[in-house]
Design a protein around this ligand. Sequence first.
Ligand SMILES: [Zn+2]
Length: 282
Amino acid sequence: MFSKKKMNTSINNILQVIDEADAIIIGAGAGLSSAAGYTYDGKRFDKYFHDFKEKYGIQDMYSGGFYPFESLEEYWAWWSRHIYYNRYQDHLELYQKLLKLVQDKDYFVITTNVDHCFQKAGFDKQRLFYTQGDYGLLQCSKPCHQETYDNEKRIKQMIKEQRDMKIPTHLIPHCPHCGKAMTINLRCDDTFVEDQGWQQAMNRYLDFLRRHQGLKVVYLELGVGYNTPSIIKYPFWKMVEKNKEATYICINQETYCPESIKKQSYCLNTDIKTFLESLVQE
Ligand SMILES: [Zn+2]
């Protein structure tokens, strides 16, 4: 943890850098949603998943997502809850604070989060690239075609009708083309469907990077861990290293940056909520 004085100096410097920047690129990971209120363990897990915890010894929502459930009825009982509480319930205050910080700037967001919070908090859809999918979308599990389908109505029905950790069989979603089981549009292997919206978002992101090469760009990394560092963290380091006008800001419980970009970096071991609140307050 930083001393209060050192923290205040950093906050003031960071505000100045943001103020003078030509563009801000936000890179957001699980830590941001966790700070916003979507915690995957502890009380919140016990509240919604106590029966799964008792039966299978599952300890948190993240690991439960990998559990090999006995049937699709049980699989969807788990996943409908997981999706409902993390995608269709709102904890948006922190995201809205972040928006306040960047809304008058030329910004872009790249995120590995799949909970749709940026969209719900009012970020411009044209300035978002969610690389790992969306809890709110279904896809063919094969997949036989590259399309995704909104799942809100189906998930809410599953929530309503599940008993004893099982949904009724008739609610199991099947592909409208080949009839195979549907799955959630999340990147866990090479069956992930990159639909048209995903492709367009990626192109807009790459285009944004190109247009701001060599300019004063702030790379603001929030809550990105080491599960998939090659998506946000490592590319951010590389881009900052290549551009002496760029600044890297990393906020997490534990932060690190390579020696080569140290002079262009602010690494703050602090919680994201405290950080954003002090930035927006100033
Ligand atoms: Zn299919």
